[in-house]
Design a protein around this ligand. Structure first.
Ligand SMILES: [Zn+2]
Length: 167
């Protein structure tokens, strides 16, 4: 199970980052794709998008229309948001049990697949892949956060959300 976009956006820091148009974009004319989760699984509801803003503007009014949604970057891999705390910079922490997917631009669950909605062919069924976009874990960079425990005492994010207090 993935943490839904609705839940992720309860974290003020992630929400701000998600709303910001990234400087880097993927190559190609339509570098942005929206995946939505329905009863039938993950599906593409629309053609791909030329700009992040277009894709973002498609997602926001529909956030309650689907079980979950992803604004996926086709080619460029993104680092997690940065948290500035007491003069230092930290990566936004990926919640335990998840991996940061640089293409889905969020923490996702990874698993092994013999069939995957995003892929036409699986060459390596033993490989761990992002449950949403199918990217292989071994090619995904992971970003340790090392945020000090004192950060969580500030309770910037709601309890139970990524970046929220886990105590
Ligand atoms: Zn992914």
């Amino acid at each position: 199970m993935n943490i839904t976009l609705r839940k992720l956006l309860q974290d003020p820091l992630y929400k701000k980052w998600f709303a910001k148009i990234p400087q880097e974009t993927s190559v190609g004319t339509f570098p942005w794709r929206v995946w939505v989760l329905t009863k039938k699984g993950w599906t593409k509801p629309k053609h791909d998008f030329k700009t992040y803003r277009e894709a973002y503007n498609w997602i926001v009014p529909r956030i309650n229309d689907y079980q979950d949604l992803v604004l996926y970057s086709k080619g460029h891999e993104f680092k997690p948001p940065i948290i500035k705390y007491r003069g230092k910079r930290y990566y936004w922490p990926t919640p335990p049990g998840y991996n940061w997917c640089g293409y889905c631009r969020r923490p996702t669950a990874f698993s092994m697949f013999s069939h995957h909605h995003a892929l036409t062919h699986i060459a390596d069924p033993m490989a761990f892949r992002c449950t949403i976009c199918g990217a292989r874990k071994k090619f995904q960079k992971q970003f340790e956060s090392n945020l000090p425990a004192s950060y969580y005492d500030r309770e910037l994010a709601p309890k139970g959300t990524p970046g929220g207090t886990s105590k």
